[in-house]
Design a protein around this ligand. Sequence first.
Ligand SMILES: Cc1ncc(COP(=O)(O)O)c(C=O)c1O
Length: 382
Amino acid sequence: MRVYRTQQFIRPDLQAHIFSRDLLANVRHLRGLCPSKTKFCAVIKANAYGHGLGEIVNILVQDGVDAFAVATFFEAVHIAPMAKGRPILILGPLNPSQSAEEIRTCARSGFNGVLASPDSLRYVCEALQHSGLVLNVHLHIETGMGRGGIQPESAGRIFGQIADCPNLKLAGVFTHFATADEDDLSYAYEQIEIFERFLDRYQLKNKNILIHAANSAATIKLPQAHYDMVRCGIAMYGYYSRRMKEPPVPLTPVLKLQAPITHITAIPAGHSVSYGRAFVAPRNTVIAIVPLGYADGYRRCFSNTARMKVGEQAVPVIGRVCMDQVILDVTDVPNVQLGQIVTVLDNRHDSVCSAYVLADMADTICYEILTLIHAHVNRIVH
Ligand SMILES: Cc1ncc(COP(=O)(O)O)c(C=O)c1O
């Protein structure tokens, strides 16, 4: 099967520093919450939550993780040579829009696929017929996420069909929480109850089938959902799904995004800055330009609102964020220099430009702020 690879264009001036030590420490802390037999599956979809897919996989194979989870077949193909034999689970369900050859490549490569509907099961079975290949599948059980999956009461028939298909091996059963990150966990408890009833009904515990349910929030807050494996994304990168007042486990952000000042100018009071004249200088002002903008993942809604850091000094973003430029008011920064490095997104939770602060400004979650960091931003691994 032909897999297309492009020569990735990189912007060396936009630097996402990735701190391996913090990533591995976060994994250790999360593992420490789980029984020692519980496997740790690192969720690395969306370019490893914006941190750089290859970079993160190469760090994680040094230590600490048992498996990887991606969203798509194509990510699985991309990371397979780097995964050092760790199982790769493709979370996006197997489905008839995939070619038979794609399904066969999944089996040939030893990927774990997800089955979430009877139609897909029929299709996958046909695609693998007479191939002599066996595909490991995990059955996605719908317990309340409402994003696909097999209803627990239909699972019996599906188990029968899997057993009848010589090209499929039931490797796991799992579910996914809708509200594990919220303060009110009552719905998550209901989901656990439904999942437990399903596991009991088919006597799936202590069989050679991997049972898993927990995302980051559930790994941290719902120990009864750890089962045989946890699937952690955001917490591994140093964030609680939403900011926690008294986190039970210390997590450190893994990424710090920086860029240089490329231009400095003095403007008189009354002069306006950037598109739409959304900022008019109230005083004689020194402005600095940083060469990144919404096309690089720095949201336009940060216009006139967000702050960056020059050294340890917070400076305001003034005027509209442009496609590839942001303007800062650096009047109060002593001895500001062309080429000086500015922190755009900090790796400290208490920073003026932490992912949480930026997420609040954009009325979104830190996941979106991180995953928007463009792939052409240079990832520098420390
Ligand atoms: C099925 C599944 N499991 C686990 C995760 C990881 O979630 P989190 O980043 O909250 O740990 C995701 C992410 O969206 C997911 O879709």
